[in-house]
Ligand binder design. Structure first.
Ligand SMILES: Nc1ncnc2c1ncn2[C@@H]1O[C@H](COP(=O)(O)OP(=O)(O)OP(=O)(O)O)[C@@H](O)[C@H]1O
Length: 248
């Protein structure tokens, strides 16, 4: 079963392809890190895949009706603005509207999402009065409450402290073990190495690597794509990957 299929997805900015013939399939049970340097095309690719940007090629999600798409994939965009002073619980409950339900803050999926992101203590507070990191966690919880087979998240760890980042990656990995899938753009290669089942690498609009974490995070690729050298060790707890220095 495919949760998302891209075939030659291409996005032009003027005459320049910022996403260039990207093809990939996402099946159930995958925790996928989308990595690549600034400007590689990650955000553009995610938004085009969701049908939010004009594109060439095919995306299985882009052809769905908005209602069907909201039930197939939750999306956490890079911009994190919360405009209304609704309670954190009500904000998270908005994730349920994808299913034609009223936003019930006592819905089990809402309570589970709040607990998973460690923000059950803030539920009554206006979301606009949460700290930046707490707001980010509430928005991730809203996407989790949507309870979709696929979660697409654009830099979900931005602004989170180390505990919240690890907790978030553990949640994503546990979703994958439950048979759902996550596609998240991440800049922290160490977190990606530790928690993802698969890495997709973009550079200059192209998909340059796609596979199991250990196979993708090879010295030559890291050097070429990111221009850095990294420490890498297989440990009983899995792959440890630490960027060390700039090479160019
Ligand atoms: N509206 C736009 N008009 C023209 N160029 C754009 C526009 N939006 C993005 N770009 C360009 O497209 C390229 C890809 O941008 P994108 O935001 O997808 O990169 P990214 O991989 O998500 O980067 P980052 O890691 O910095 O968030 C960049 O060169 C960017 O400057």
């Amino acid at each position: 079963m495919s949760l998302m299929s891209l075939k030659n997805l291409t996005v032009l900015r003027g005459s320049c392809p910022v996403v260039d013939h990207v093809s990939l399939e996402i099946g159930p049970g995958e925790c996928i890190g989308l990595i690549g340097p600034n400007g590689a095309g990650k955000t553009t690719m995610l938004r085009a895949a969701l049908g939010l940007l004009p594109h060439q090629g095919q995306s299985s999600l882009a052809t769905l009706t908005p209602r069907a798409r909201a039930r197939a994939a939750a999306f956490l965009p890079q911009g994190r603005e919360i405009a209304w002073p609704v309670s954190a619980a009500d904000l998270v409950a908005l994730g349920r509207t994808a299913w034609g339900e009223t936003a019930d803050p006592a819905h089990p999926a809402v309570l589970a999402a709040l607990a998973r992101m460690g923000i059950s203590a803030f539920t009554a507070r206006a979301a606009t009065e949460l700290s930046g990191g707490e707001q980010a966690r509430a928005l991730i919880a809203r996407a989790l409450a949507q309870d979709t087979p696929l979660l697409i998240a654009d830099e979900p760890g931005a602004g989170l402290d180390p505990e919240a980042q690890i907790r978030m990656m553990q949640v994503f990995a546990s979703l994958a073990r439950e048979g759902r899938s996550v596609l998240a753009s991440v800049h922290d290669l160490g977190l990606a190495a530790r928690h993802c089942t698969r890495l997709i690498v973009m550079a200059r609009g192209r998909l340059v690597a796609d596979g199991p974490v250990g196979a993708v995070l090879q010295d030559a690729l890291i050097e070429e794509v990111f221009g850095i050298r990294a420490y890498r060790a297989e440990t009983p707890e899995g792959l440890v990957f630490q960027p060390l220095e700039v090479l160019r």
